[in-house]
Design a protein around this ligand. Structure first.
Ligand SMILES: C[C@H](OP(=O)(O)O)C(=O)O
Ligand SMILES: [Mg+2]
Length: 303
């Protein structure tokens, strides 16, 4: 059963209990490019209390460096080595887990941030933002030549998705059974400033269907993402809390990693998803409406 935070003392108790605060981004800190109320103040409180702060996002459209720019533009203090995105997790998975040979390439369905993380890990790629792939011209298999060096297909959120990219990725997956199939994340939707839009999971779905197989997911809730964090940051799981807006990624990610979990209702999950007859089996430890609620600690009466 979740504990619904409500009094200033409730919020103060969590601040006292946890040393490391891992934040999801979309739906917790912002929706699209719109900052959520109270986020800057609460993160400032955590910084003043010398808490360890980490950001973990499934959004693969941006690299860690370009996320740093977004944090700066929104006035949120963040350092590149505190930011972990699923684009970074996918690049590390290819380089350090699969140990993709440098002679091999990746076919990318995704955007600039994913390409940047692959480049930073020394991984060659095709597709992605290449103009030849970003076309609405009919795809002709007769004019397509398979690149024999492509050993993996990586699929992330791609707002320029088209039939050519799906067809090329399908060729690599279907004509080479050994070709790795990696999804940066499987979020079915993501919360833009004006409402829900299809997420990365809805971009890889046609490939799953056509290729008849499921990808390895490197983003939340997979442990690959937490392994990337652990490789860079030391923290005590007992004193760490994961704050997210989606049950089947953020909260499950925290539970898989042995962390405490706090659900906020400013993104994907609604009250009806956690109470009543159709409540999800994924039950967060704590629930609050918004991260900004932690401003209530200012009202805690001195002992
Ligand atoms: C929703 C997700 O981002 P996150 O909530 O993990 O920051 C995504 O953009 O697919
Ligand atoms: Mg989110």
């Amino acid at each position: 059963m979740s504990i619904h935070l409500s009094t200033p003392e409730d919020y103060k108790a969590l601040l006292d209990k946890f040393e490391t605060w891992i934040f999801d981004c979309d739906g917790v800190l912002w929706r699209g490019d719109e900052l959520i109320d109270g986020v800057v103040e609460v993160l400032h409180i955590l910084r003043c209390l010398k808490k360890q702060v980490v950001f973990v996002t499934n959004n693969a459209t941006k690299s860690r460096k370009s996320y740093k720019t977004k944090f700066d533009q929104l006035g949120i203090e963040a350092h590149v080595d505190e930011i972990f995105g699923s684009a970074y997790a996918s690049a590390v998975y290819l380089s350090s887990v699969i140990k993709l040979p440098k002679t091999k390439k990746v076919y990318v369905i995704g955007m600039g941030g994913l390409e940047e993380e692959l480049r930073d890990e020394g991984i060659s790629y095709l597709g992605g933002t290449n103009p030849a792939d970003n076309t609405l011209e009919p795809f002709s298999l007769a004019n397509f030549t398979l690149d024999p060096d492509v050993a993996a297909v990586v699929c992330g959120l791609d707002t320029q998705i088209n039939y050519t990219k799906l067809s090329k990725a399908f060729q690599y997956l279907s004509r080479n059974p050994g070709c790795h199939f990696i999804a940066t994340n499987e979020d079915s939707t993501y919360p833009s400033a004006d409402g829900l839009l299809p997420g990365a999971g809805s971009i890889s779905a046609p490939l799953r269907c056509a290729a008849g197989r499921d990808p390895i997911c490197t983003g939340k809730p997979s442990n690959t993402m937490l392994d990337c964090v652990k490789a860079k940051i030391n923290f005590d799981a007992e004193r760490t809390i994961m704050i997210g807006d989606r049950l089947n990624t953020d909260i499950l990610f925290g539970q898989n990693g042995g962390l405490s979990t706090l659900l906020v209702l400013t993104g994907i999950t609604e009250e009806a998803d956690i109470t009543g007859p159709y409540a999800s089996p994924i039950v967060p430890d704590f629930v609050t409406q918004a991260l900004g609620d932690f401003r209530a600690v200012d009202k805690v009466k001195a002992p």
